[in-house]
Design a protein around this ligand. Structure first.
Ligand SMILES: *[C@@H]1O[C@H](CO)[C@@H](O)[C@H](O)[C@H]1NC(C)=O
Ligand SMILES: *[C@@H]1O[C@H](CO)[C@@H](O)[C@H](O)[C@H]1NC(C)=O
Length: 272
């Protein structure tokens, strides 16, 4: 007991002399810091950590529904990768003019619109409420590049006088294109007077039909949807022989050359 008291007195003497200043946790022991209480009644109705897929070049709409936002509180949008403050309330802070925010009092919604979404816009966006400490919900934006594809490869062979159909299918589309144009070289053929050419558009494809093809129809055809990477094919018009017949012909030619070579060497031998 006495020993303990002596130790305590010594301890306080050292403390008083200022030689040694213990850190508070040495005196009080380890303790867990309590999470500060968030001073807000507001709550999010939008799901957290949601993922949205948006087609390249279209408008992305990132929703954020917060109820019971107090007078002194604001709802902001922040791009996480560079901590870029996009909006505060209904004001735009970003100088990227593609951003727009719409607020509805009725639905308590602050939707961020991003027009002409580009590949580099992909990433996480936070809708943040200015409580203490702030709280937010996150939305991951994926940008999908839609592409056109022409069925049957990049080279198509057609017999002169027959008809051909070029079918363009659309891949990775989240929104249908407003138009699909077909080009023959640099000339758009959709609205041509040419009765031999018709364009039939389906929900996820477009078909270009050419009947009674002639040499003049050969060349580069491009399918160009309004909102996707275009696709091209080279159309070859064959007259008379089919490619298989042409191959056989060239094989015959080789044989012919061989016989000719043999004959001429024979002739050479005889004349020697
Ligand atoms: C949303 O999720 C993140 C973690 O991904 C979290 O930090 C944040 O507090 C969550 N927001 C809400 C409103 O629960
Ligand atoms: C066909 O035309 C398109 C569009 O003009 C071009 O991008 C493509 O390279 C052309 N293809 C060929 C094989 O010439």
């Amino acid at each position: 007991m006495d020993d303990h008291r002596r130790k305590l007195i010594l301890f306080f003497l050292i403390l008083a002399s200022g030689v040694w200043t213990p850190e508070t946790h040495l005196l009080l022991g380890e303790y867990e810091e309590e999470a500060p209480v968030r001073d807000t009644n507001a709550y999010f109705m939008t799901g957290n950590n949601t993922v949205i897929n948006v087609q390249l070049g279209t408008t992305a709409a990132l929703r954020c529904q917060v109820f019971d936002v107090a007078e002194h509180e604001t709802v902001s949008w922040i791009r996480r990768k560079d901590h870029h403050l996009i909006t505060v309330g209904d004001k735009i802070y970003s100088n990227d003019e593609r951003f727009q925010v719409t607020h509805s009092d009725h639905t308590q919604d602050w939707t961020l619109h991003l027009h002409y979404a580009q590949l580099h816009d992909a990433g996480v966006y936070e809708c943040q409420l200015s409580a203490h400490p702030p709280i937010g919900v996150f939305t991951s934006l994926n940008i999908i590049a839609a592409v056109a594809e022409i069925v049957g490869g990049s080279e198509i062979y057609v017999q002169s006088g027959s008809s051909v159909q070029l079918t363009c299918t659309l891949k990775h589309f989240t929104e249908p294109p407003t138009y699909i144009f077909w080009y023959h070289a640099h000339h758009m053929v959709n609205y041509d007077d040419n009765a031999r050419i018709t364009v039939v558009n389906g929900p996820e494809q477009s078909a270009l039909r050419i009947s009674q093809v002639t040499k003049g129809d050969s060349g580069n055809y491009t399918c160009m949807p309004s909102n996707a990477r275009p696709a091209s094919v080279s159309l070859h018009i064959i007259t008379g022989e089919t490619p298989a017949a042409m191959q056989k012909a060239s094989a015959n030619e080789v044989q012919c050359h061989l016989i000719m070579a043999l004959l001429s060497s024979l002739v050479a031998l005889i004349t020697v």
